[in-house]
Design a protein around this ligand. Structure first.
Ligand SMILES: Cc1cc2nc3c(=O)[nH]c(=O)nc-3n(C[C@H](O)[C@H](O)[C@H](O)COP(=O)(O)O)c2cc1C
Length: 338
């Protein structure tokens, strides 16, 4: 199983994202902003948490030697830059406790940081709570990866208990939960049904970045190429429910830099998760270089807010933007489905 994690890391590092739906979104320019760069406030609230920085290190690794080294460096980065951080799926360490180090390293390196554990859909609350204990986590993500499981040769193929298991987690989790996709996005139907189940935080994790269909296809002898690129983009998912839900939405999937973060926040996300970006950052750079780049990312985000006359994240959700006709059409059609 730890071999699978190392495969995922290797193929994710190989994948390049050039264009995605964030390129079909343009902000409307303001010629006379009334703000100053120094006064821009990047704090955001997510469920019961206040984040000083509205982007975070999203779920990736754990459970192999390589994962330990990556998580250690990511946790050091999280500490230095005041970022929340999610682990990869903890299930592997619950099955084999000798693999726990890659998860416990988060609280060892960064005891003050906001930590988010991660388990797969189909987990009952007892397993989720064990994962939370192991990571000493403040929240727990439950990932929905049905498409990945279907393509993964060794994957689960029975999803019939998932709604019931999710309900059990909503009722009995000891920490707030976040239900998340893994890069295929969520339809309004999924988001609003999760809301009616009592879920308060959802990471739509849309198409446009890491493509787990492509990754799993690299691990198969008979490729199911028709699944590559499957799903809804992050912007389709966010904008098809903007103003229609009280859930705190998180954006992830295909975030390449400060401008994409700003676009995701303007589309209604309360926080933005980046996976592949941070994986590449800590793999290709020293810790010091990575810290410098994240500090630059924060500054760039502040500059974008200032240019848009948005003094904080809440006011960013009110700025005007224009979508390309094709994206606009897809969002309209998606809205009509639920
Ligand atoms: C190497 C790798 C491993 C991942 N493992 C997990 C995981 O264990 N649990 C999970 O919820 N998501 C996992 N993801 C998915 C990410 O959290 C995220 O949803 C997806 O990669 C899209 O974001 P991105 O385009 O910024 O990479 C993984 C992503 C990568 C790149």
């Amino acid at each position: 199983m730890s071999q699978r994690k190392d495969d995922h890391i290797a193929f994710a590092l190989e994948q390049q994202v050039k264009n995605n739906d964030f390129d079909r979104f343009r902000f409307v320019h303001t010629s006379i902003p009334s703000t100053s760069l120094d006064s821009i406030d990047l704090r955001t609230t997510l469920g019961p948490f206040t984040l000083n920085v509205p982007f975070f290190i999203n779920a990736m690794t754990g459970g192999s030697n390589q994962s330990f080294e990556i998580n250690e460096k990511l946790a050091q980065l999280a500490k230095a830059c005041d970022l929340a951080m999610a682990t990869g799926s903890v299930s592997i360490a619950l099955k084999d406790p000798s693999l726990s180090d890659a998860f416990t390293i988060l609280s060892k390196v960064n005891p003050e940081g906001l930590r988010i554990a991660n388990v797969g859909a189909g987990s009952r609350s007892d397993k989720l709570n064990q994962a939370v204990d192991l990571v000493n986590a403040h929240a727990c993500q439950i990932h929905l990866n049905a498409l990945q499981e279907l393509i993964m040769p060794e994957g689960d193929k029975n999803f019939s208990s998932w709604w019931n298991d999710l309900e059990d987690c909503v009722l009995h989790s000891k920490v707030p939960i976040i239900v998340k996709e893994v890069g295929f996005g969520m339809s309004p139907h999924t988001i609003l049904k999760l809301e009616s189940l009592g879920v308060k935080m959802i990471d739509v994790s849309g198409q446009g970045g890491t493509d787990f269909a492509w990754i799993e296809n690299q691990r198969r002898s008979h490729s199911l190429d028709f699944f590559n690129g499957w799903g809804h983009s992050t912007l389709e998912s966010l904008l098809s429910v903007k103003g229609r839900t009280h859930v705190d939405l998180i954006a992830s999937g295909g975030i390449r830099g400060a401008l994409d973060i700003a676009k995701a926040l303007a589309s209604g996300a309360k926080a933005v998760g980046l996976s592949s970006y941070f994986l590449k950052l800590v793999t290709n750079h020293s810790l010091q270089e990575a810290i410098t780049q994240v500090e630059q990312l924060k500054n760039e985000l502040k500059m974008i807010l200032c240019a848009l006359d948005a003094h904080d994240i809440e006011s960013l959700t009110k700025v005007d933007f224009i979508l390309d006709a094709d994206l606009d059409h897809r969002i309209t059609k998606l809205k009509e489905t639920f």
